[in-house]
Design a protein around this ligand. Structure first.
Ligand SMILES: *Cc1c(COP(=O)(O)O)cnc(C)c1O
Length: 428
C-alpha cells in the first residue's frame, strides 16, 4: 500500500477527518507540493505506446484492472488527478467501493439513473424530491420509455414496499424491470425520513431476477450524519454544491457505491462527459478538510435555533429530521439511521404567504436565496420558489404550505442569528 493510500496508523484505523488532509495524494509526484496542484490539462502523455494500450483496455472495459493497478491517466473526460484524489477522499466518508464526481448534483443523478434503466423499466422515487430530480423523473425519463412513479416519503415503509411489489409486477408484464428505487431522505423541505435499511431489505426479498438498485440522495445529511451505503443502499448521490462544497461558490455532484454499478455509471459519465472540471475538484478537495467543522458547527447552531423557534408565538411548527413533533415511527427511523439532524430546517409561520414574505424580507443576516449547506445562513419560500411548479394538490400532499419557510443555518455566531430571526418574527 503506498503511504498516501494508507488508512491506518499502527493498529488504529484513521478517521475520515484525518484522512482529508492528504489521502490519495503523493507529494513526490508534484515537486513535493504540500497541497495538490491543479492539473489543468486535457490530455496526458503516455510513457510508451504499450502503456497507452493498457490504459485504454481498462478504460473501455476490455480487461479487468489488476488489483493494485491504478487506471493510467488518459484524457480529462475519462480521468484527471484532481478528480481522482477528490473521488478517493469522498469514498472514505461513505466507505464506497468507488466514487465519481460530476459537474453538478443533477449531472450525477441523471447519469446514474440513465446508467441503470432502459426502455420498459419503472423507477420509483420518494416525493417530495429535489425539483430537478422530479423534473427528470416525471418529464424526461418517459421520453425514453422509462416510467417514474412517486411514493410520498412520509407514508412509511409498508406503503413503499407495496409500491415496490406493484411496480415490479407491472414492469414484468411489459418485459421490463423495476430498475431502481430512488430515495431522498430527509425529504426537502419537510424533513420526513425514509427507512433506508428497511427499503434495502424489501428490495432484497423482491421476486425479480435482477435486484433493483437502491439509490439515496444524501445531500442533506451526508456524509457526516447519514451513511446510506452502510444501511444497505447500492448508490449514494450528492449535490456537492451544498455541504461538501460548503461556501456557495461552486456547482458539483457525486455518485458513489458498489463497484459493479459504478462501472455502469462510469461508462455513462465518460460518454456523456458530465464529469467535474479540475479546478472545481480542487476547490472541493480543499473544502473537505473543513467539512466536519462546518457541519458540526452549523448543526449545533441549527439545534439551538430550532429549540428557540419551537413555542415562539409566531411559529406554528418547526420541522427537523426526527424532531420532537415527528411521529414515533419517524423518531425510530431517525434513531436508527441518522447521527444528527443536520442544519436545514423548515418552519410554519402563523399566517400565510404575506406573513412569510414579510418575515423573509425582514431578515438581514439570513440571505434570501435557494440552496443550502453553505457557510452563510439562507432562507427561502418553497411554495413560491423551489416547489412553485407543484400543483396545489401535490403541495397539500407534501405539506408545502404558503406559510412554510426553509432555513439553511450556517456557521455564524448563533446569538447573532437568533437576533435576526427574532426581529423578523416580530414584524409579521
Ligand atoms: C441541490 C440539490 C440537488 C441538485 O444539485 P445541483 O448541484 O444543483 O445540480 C439534488 N438533490 C438535492 C437534495 C439538492 O439539494
Amino acid at each position: 500500500m503506498p503511504k498516501h493510500k494508507n488508512r491506518t496508523l499502527g493498529t488504529r484505523t484513521l478517521a475520515p477527518e484525518t484522512l482529508m488532509m492528504g489521502y490519495g495524494y503523493d507529494p513526490a509526484l508534484s515537486e513535493g507540493a504540500i497541497k495538490t496542484p491543479i492539473f489543468q490539462a486535457s490530455t496526458f502523455v503516455f510513457k510508451s505506446a504499450e502503456d497507452g494500450k493498457r490504459f485504454f483496455e481498462v478504460a473501455y472495459g476490455l480487461r479487468e484492472k489488476d488489483p493494485d493497478e491504478a487506471l493510467g491517466l488518459i484524457y480529462s473526460r475519462i480521468n484527471n488527478p484532481n478528480l481522482e484524489i477528490l473521488e478517493d477522499r469522498l469514498s472514505v466518508w461513505d466507505a464506497a467501493d468507488r466514487t465519481l464526481v460530476f459537474s453538478s448534483g443533477m449531472a450525477a443523478i441523471t447519469t446514474a439513473v440513465l446508467a441503470v434503466s432502459r426502455p420498459g423499466d419503472i423507477v420509483l422515487y420518494t416525493a417530495p424530491a429535489y425539483g430537478g430530480t422530479e423534473y427528470l423523473f416525471d418529464r424526461i425519463l418517459p421520453r425514453y420509455g422509462v416510467e417514474a412513479r412517486a411514493v410520498p416519503a412520509g407514508e412509511g415503509s409498508a406503503v413503499l414496499n407495496e409500491a415496490i411489489q406493484t411496480a415490479a409486477e407491472d414492469a414484468a408484464v411489459r418485459g421490463g424491470r423495476l430498475a431502481a428505487v430512488f430515495v431522498e431522505s430527509p425529504a426537502n423541505p419537510t424533513n420526513e425520513l425514509v427507512d433506508i435499511a428497511q427499503t434495502a431489505r424489501d428490495l432484497a426479498a423482491l421476486n425479480q431476477a435482477e435486484r433493483p438498485v437502491l439509490a439515496v440522495d444524501n445531500t442533506f445529511l451526508g456524509p457526516l450524519w447519514q451513511r446510506p451505503l452502510a444501511l444497505g443502499a447500492d448508490l449514494a448521490l450528492y449535490s456537492l454544491t451544498k455541504y461538501v462544497g460548503g461556501h456557495s461558490d461552486l456547482i458539483a455532484g457525486a455518485c458513489m457505491g458498489r463497484a459493479d454499478i459504478m462501472a455502469q455509471v462510469a461508462e455513462m459519465r465518460t460518454i456523456g462527459g458530465s464529469m467535474a472540471d479540475p479546478h472545481t475538484a480542487w476547490l472541493l478537495t480543499r473544502s473537505l478538510e473543513t467539512l466536519h467543522l462546518r457541519m458540526e458547527r452549523s448543526q449545533v447552531n441549527a439545534i439551538t435555533l430550532a429549540e428557540r423557534l419551537t413555542g415562539h408565538s409566531k411559529v406554528v411548527e418547526v420541522l427537523t429530521a426526527g424532531g420532537a413533533l415527528a411521529s414515533a415511527e419517524q423518531q425510530r427511523i431517525f434513531a436508527e439511521q441518522c447521527a444528527g439532524p443536520g442544519s436545514t430546517l423548515s418552519i410554519r409561520l402563523n399566517g400565510g404567504e404575506a406573513e412569510a414574505f414579510r418575515f423573509l424580507d425582514s431578515l438581514t443576516l439570513f440571505k434570501l436565496a435557494v440552496s443550502l449547506g453553505g457557510s452563510e445562513s439562507l432562507a427561502s419560500h418553497p411554495s413560491s420558489m423551489t416547489h412553485s411548479d407543484y400543483t396545489s394538490e401535490a403541495k397539500a400532499r407534501c405539506g408545502i404550505g404558503d406559510n412554510l419557510v426553509r432555513l439553511s443555518v450556517g456557521i455564524e455566531n448563533v446569538e447573532d442569528l437568533w437576533v435576526d430571526l427574532a426581529q423578523a418574527l416580530d414584524r409579521i
